[in-house]
Design a protein. Structure first.
Length: 373
């Protein structure tokens, strides 16, 4: 049985993908240092989070996904060193679900790891992430929505407000085993969060492939364009997470809209003030609870002075039209390229079939000649 399990439960949009990519690409290197990433693959941690959170749709998926949490538990039970379980969707679990998860990992000593950031950046990034998952909610409505009571809710203050997550998860372990890692400010080295995470878990962070990049962001107008496009994608063609990831997130957002390098933006003034209060409340909660902080709590506060940026309400119809028209042009080029490639494959398939038919005819003819001799 693993003596120690580090449960990295988010929060979303706090370098979780970056840390997970580095760990999974160096999985063997971690194992050599006595650190296990349990499960058959990275996605097992996602599916385990669904099992822990009692996802009502879990039974509709194949057996491999339904049993991911079982595989992780079995691997942890068989590993004598340290294990790391990491997925940001664990953050949405209720206290009861969190307690059940920790009980399933007993007698291992479980440590909670929460990467965190100031709430304004969290709000803007999470709204974009919701758009990549086919949401059509405006930034204003997204920020004003109350924290959900449902563990299935991810892109909501339920998982984005550090204090709320700590209030549910914190009581499940002693405070010295709750570790908060604020994302360093923009002037810090990009690898600092990785180095801090490695020091906590207990492995050497050098020698890993550090080329992983954070999830790219769309500009202000590009994000609004995608939001409006999503209102026309509400059909069965994009119901599955696989289709959303492949066509909306990767192709449309990351490859066609992110690459425009649009301008960064802020939410409204009232939303910024709400974020300031959430940041202050989180810092006060962490300090009062006596949790272990690796980094600077000041990095969880919204600065009193922000650089000038436009807001969602500043977007004009002409700007959205310009992005949409250019996008339509690029998509037409995409369709042309794919059509020509398909035509080429059809022609090649036809040639191969004709060649195979000719060879078969030759073999038949040769056989008749041999039979008549």
């Amino acid at each position: 049985m693993s003596q120690t399990v580090f449960l990295h439960l988010g929060l979303p949009k706090t370098a979780t993908t970056y840390l997970q990519t580095l760990m999974w690409s160096g999985r063997e290197r971690l194992a050599d240092q006595g650190v296990l990433l349990p499960g058959a693959s990275r996605r097992d941690h996602l599916w385990a989070s669904r099992a822990v959170r009692d996802d009502p749709r879990l039974h509709t998926f194949d057996e491999s996904r339904r049993t991911a949490w079982d595989r992780i538990q079995a691997d942890v039970a068989a590993w004598p060193g340290t294990s790391v379980i990491s997925h940001e969707f664990f953050a949405a679990a209720s206290t009861e679900q969190a307690e059940r998860m920790l009980a399933a990992l007993a007698p291992a000593e479980v440590h909670l790891v929460l990467t965190a950031r100031e709430p304004v950046g969290m709000l803007a990034s999470s709204w974009q992430e919701s758009l990549k998952n086919r949401s059509s909610v405006t930034l204003t409505s997204f920020g004003q929505a109350p924290a959900s009571d449902e563990p299935a809710a991810i892109w909501n203050w339920r998982t984005l407000d550090l204090r709320l997550v700590l209030e549910r998860w914190g009581p499940t372990v002693p405070p010295e085993r709750v570790h908060v890692l604020p994302l360093p400010g923009p002037a810090a080295a990009r690898t600092l969060i990785w180095e801090r995470f490695a020091a906590l878990v207990g492995f050497d962070p050098t020698g890993f492939d550090l080329s992983a990049r954070a999830n790219p962001s769309m500009g202000l107008v590009e994000a609004e364009t995608l939001r409006r496009l999503n209102t026309h994608l509400q059909d069965a063609d994009f119901e599955t997470a696989r289709d959303r990831a492949r066509f909306i997130r990767t192709f449309l957002a990351d490859r066609r809209l992110v690459t425009r390098a649009g301008e960064a933006f802020w939410p409204s003034a009232s939303a910024i003030e709400d974020c300031r209060e959430r940041g202050r409340a989180s810092v006060e909660h962490i300090t009062a609870a006596g949790y272990d902080v690796i980094g600077d709590l000041e990095d969880l506060l919204v600065p009193q002075v922000l650089e000038p940026r436009r807001t969602w309400s500043d977007i004009t119809e002409a700007e959205v039209a310009d992005v949409a028209v250019e996008l339509a042009g690029r998509l037409l080029h995409d369709v042309r390229s794919l059509t020509l490639a398909k035509d080429g494959l059809v022609a090649e398939n036809r040639r191969l079939r004709e060649e195979a038919g000719l060879r078969a005819a030759v073999r038949r003819r040769f056989g008749r000649l041999r039979g008549s001799s």
